[in-house]
Design a protein around this ligand. Sequence first.
Ligand code: UFG
Length: 341
Amino acid sequence: MKVLLTGGAGFIGSHTCVELIESGHEVAIVDNFSNSKPEVLNRIARITGKDPVFFEADVTDKSEMRYIFDNNNFDAVIHFAGFKAVGESVAKPLMYYRNNLDSTITLIEVMQEYGVNNVVFSSSATVYGESNKPPYNENMPTSTCTNPYGTTKLISEQIFTDATVANKDLSVVLLRYFNPIGANPSGLIGEDPAGIPNNLFPYVAKVAGGKLEKLGIFGNDYPTPDGTGIRDYIHVVDLAKGHVKALEYAVAHKGVEAINLGSGKGHSVFEVVQTFMKVNDVAVPYEIKPRRAGDLAESYANAEKAERLLGWKAELSLEDMCRDMWRWQTQNPNGYDTKNQ
Ligand code: UFG
């Protein structure tokens, strides 16, 4: 299959690109490097032995998107492109709505113009909001999100759903990610957040590598067994393989389907920190800080639908995630910035 990945140079996009190439698919990437680096393309080529076709463009730019579709016959698209920092979205809501919604609408319009009817969308477990209780399943009603980033995912899901009602040829899989972490076992690609990381795992890796002094654990008074927040961490390679399955499902069906990609298991912040230290034999100094605004006590998936519809389930363990994250960090202490390693 010939597949376009919007935002394919990013963390999840690059890992999915590798898995697609290794499953025999042909991949093209469109990315504007707003939160990624050109070096990732060399790394993908080193892992797979193939250079993905690349277009530097903004998905919100319809004329650039038309140019890309004019010159390729895509069977399907995976739409990763979008801003994703929760805190930043609270400070810059209009930037998030403009970018994340405009890219979704522009993409669907251009797909329709060119008769491309299969799409997989990067959604998030955040659409379950605060009123549902984990384990989250896809039949639960989605609910209001605590931040504009989450709301853009919720609205994008609605846009895709409405477009599917109007266009019976369209096939959409909405993938609701839980907490993707880890890195390709080669240590060549991984998460490279700009500035100080917001998420737990990249922060832990930077503290272990001596780039940051101490991890702040946001709250130890949650109603969980050890008082720290519980999340469903999923290895990014498992997640990427889930996209290959979702794509194959989308091409064989019509209509819209929301599917969780999670492990179905919850791990606490303490458990993550202790596992990281033990598996990698490194210290991760930490201190307890107040709760972070908007955080839930626990979030984890009911992962049965993915297994039933896609024949996919997460296979890699928290230990694997910690080991691969550390390999990426030690081999690339400054991420893709190869000049300053
Ligand atoms: N945490 C800390 N210290 C940190 C960072 C995080 O203790 O420095 C804790 C959080 O309080 C939470 C857990 O680690 O309990 C995980 O936090 P992350 O920031 O790694 O992930 P979140 O679950 O908050 O956010 C993720 C995605 C979002 C998505 C959200 C809900 O990053 O994109 O899940 O699905 F919106």
